[in-house]
Ligand binder design. Structure first.
Ligand code: ADP
Ligand code: 5GP
Length: 201
């Protein structure tokens, strides 16, 4: 499950709510060259790497996708996603819109969700509330302009007004998606095989 939003749109808090709500989900930790923010933890929020380490991973094909956002590199290690899938859980990726497109190209079965605050005023308040300096708010709003232009390419749109509701909506999307017939053909096949083995009366 890929969640994108303009900066301040709520990716981090929705992800955190989702992981608390439902044990089916696990965060696939990504790596970045940006400095650690206060309160962040290595390996929990990101793998913090140097530019050389990042470029080496990229060269060696260890990144599923990557992007440069606000002057820093970000990328999803293939390993992070595979280890979650191997546990039979749903990897949650909170990445930028370019990354979301790359993931969808590589994994067409990925589900993409675009989060939007109810209005621009709320987005600005939330960015300021997170402690972003005015110049950083301005940069993020400029980036948001191009980000919302690709919102229509996402599978789902969730309005992040009341946080618990937004989290529930994302979980509900996963509920429906996991019930898609094409994701459950093994069960249909198993039932068909049982029918095939049944002796006619
Ligand atoms: P992103 O990860 O997309 O940049 P965050 O998750 O950091 O966004 O959210 C930006 C700020 O807005 C944070 O301070 C967060 O606590 C706050 N926020 C996000 N969603 C809500 C919401 N539904 N209600 C109130 N505050 C919110
Ligand atoms: P921040 O620095 O605020 O944590 O993140 C900046 C932007 O980079 C956010 O939109 C975030 O979702 C995105 N991002 C984080 N990790 C990755 C990643 O691995 N790949 C891509 N494409 N974007 C990422």
């Amino acid at each position: 499950m890929v969640i994108s939003a303009p900066s301040g749109g709520g990716k981090t808090v929705v992800r955190s709510g989702l992981l608390d709500l439902d044990k089916r989900f696990a965060f696939s930790v990504t790596c970045t060259t940006r400095p650690m923010r206060p309160g962040e933890k290595e390996g929990r929020d990101y793998f913090f790497v140097t530019t050389e380490q990042f470029l080496k991973m990229r060269r060696e094909g260890k990144l599923l996708e990557w992007a440069r956002v606000h002057g820093n590199y970000y990328g999803t290690p293939v390993k992070s996603v595979m280890s979650v899938l191997e546990q039979g859980r749903i990897p949650v990726m909170t990445i930028d819109v370019k990354g979301a497109r790359s993931v969808k190209r590589i994994f067409p079965e990925a589900v993409t969700v675009f989060l939007l605050p109810p209005d621009l005023k709320t987005l600005v308040q939330r960015l300021k509330g997170r402690g972003e300096k005015p110049e950083n708010v301005a940069i993020r709003l400029e980036t948001a302009r191009s980000e919302i232009q690709v919102a229509s390419k996402f599978d789902y749109l969730v309005i992040n007004d009341k946080l618990p509701e937004a989290v529930r909506e994302v979980a509900a999307i996963a509920d429906l998606e996991t019930r898609k017939t094409r994701r459950n053909l093994d069960k249909v096949k198993a039932f068909g095989e049982q029918l095939g083995r049944r002796r006619p009366r």
